[in-house]
Write a new protein. Structure first.
Length: 348
């Protein structure tokens, strides 16, 4: 009798632990995830090289993982170094490569006269959104999302999303071109001004916001006229873009999360102790190299600060670029709280 009671108690504790992490032992991965991954691999949309290698299936914990992960150290057939190795499933990797070829590199050449040589990005991490136990799993949990924190050009010039979004004219233009190009390929794109959690990176993923996967979330709304293709010369597209997606209604779930590539999750021993007071970050003012040290908020992606070079002279073609009205209303001059949403707020 006591053996039965002991076994039942152990199973109960395991189930409670998995539930606390947002994963149930009886939960199964959504069918569309494996289907799209299998279709992508069947079409050979990812080219394996010494920099893009298939690795063993990731199956768990819970429903986290992917059928055929790829370990990536460089993109663009080896032309772009990744500051940290990424792990992605076929669909997200294929779209990321196309995004790099169709938008990122053309925009870098247009605004800076040289290509991107290195990208600081985050990828796979099995965790709940906003790092909350019990929250819906992030798309990062399926290798279906990428976060971009910064770009380094061939001459060493670094464009951070945090500083460049309100930085020089060329930095603003480049990052907005990158953002708009992402919206043409991914179903979720969140940049500074979309919410307080994305003040320092651009998040892209291929989540399904409706059964057919045609709804998209692309935030914030920008008052910006793209310069790529403005000369009337069509840009070559590396691979066909997905079917045209419709904007998701306001009540659609938005991927509000603090991204966590270094394993600082609720299940990790690296997690920082609870903060005694909310930390605050302010958007950099135009013309300033960075915010005051006391106004900076730590990020999971924080790295050694890089001094921003002196702004480069811009060509006459960019002299008439439109003004930028971001962040969205309510974000402009107000401090952005980095504290987790209140208990009365929905957590996605």
């Amino acid at each position: 009798m006591w053996r039965s009671v002991l076994a039942f108690s152990v199973l109960g504790l395991i189930g409670a632990g998995l539930t606390g992490c947002g994963r149930s032992p009886f939960e199964s991965r959504e069918a569309w995830r494996d289907q799209t991954e299998q279709a992508c691999n069947a079409k050979r949309l990812v080219e394996t090289t010494e920099f893009v290698t298939p690795v063993k299936e990731i199956n768990g914990p819970g429903v986290c993982g992917m059928l055929q992960p790829y370990r990536i150290t460089r993109l663009g057939r080896g032309s772009v170094v990744l500051k940290q190795r990424m792990t992605l499933a076929c669909p997200a990797l294929a779209e990321a490569e196309a995004w790099l070829a169709d938008t990122i590199q053309p925009a870098a050449n247009l605004y800076f006269g040289q290509p991107v040589a290195e990208i600081n990005a985050g990828s796979y991490a099995c965790r709940g959104r906003n790092n909350q136990a019990g929250a819906k799993l992030s798309e990062h949990s399926f290798g279906n999302a990428v976060d971009i924190m910064s770009f380094k050009l061939a001459d060493g010039y670094v464009i951070t999303v945090k500083g460049g979004w309100r930085g020089t004219e060329a930095e603003q233009g480049f990052l907005r071109e990158v953002f708009i190009g992402a919206c043409a390929r991914f179903s979720t794109v969140l940049a500074p001004g979309s919410n307080v959690f994305h003040y320092d990176h651009i998040h892209v993923d291929l989540a399904r916001h409706d059964p057919r996967g045609l709804k998209r979330i692309c935030q914030p709304l920008l008052k910006f006229t793209p310069q790529l293709g403005a000369d009337g010369v069509p840009r070559p597209i590396s691979r066909p873009r997905p079917v045209e997606r419709q904007p998701a209604p306001p009540q659609a779930p938005v991927d509000i999360e603090e991204d966590d590539p270094y394993g600082v999750t609720p299940m990790s021993s690296n997690r920082n102790p609870a903060r005694t007071s909310p930390q605050v970050a302010r958007a950099p003012s135009p013309g300033l190299s960075s915010a005051a040290p006391s106004a900076r908020a730590p990020s999971a992606y924080a790295s050694t600060p890089v001094a921003r070079p002196v702004p480069r002279p811009q060509s006459s073609r960019l002299a008439s670029a439109p003004t930028y009205a971001e962040p969205a209303p309510g974000f402009s001059e107000e401090p952005l709280s980095l504290a987790a949403p209140g208990l009365s707020d929905p957590i996605y």
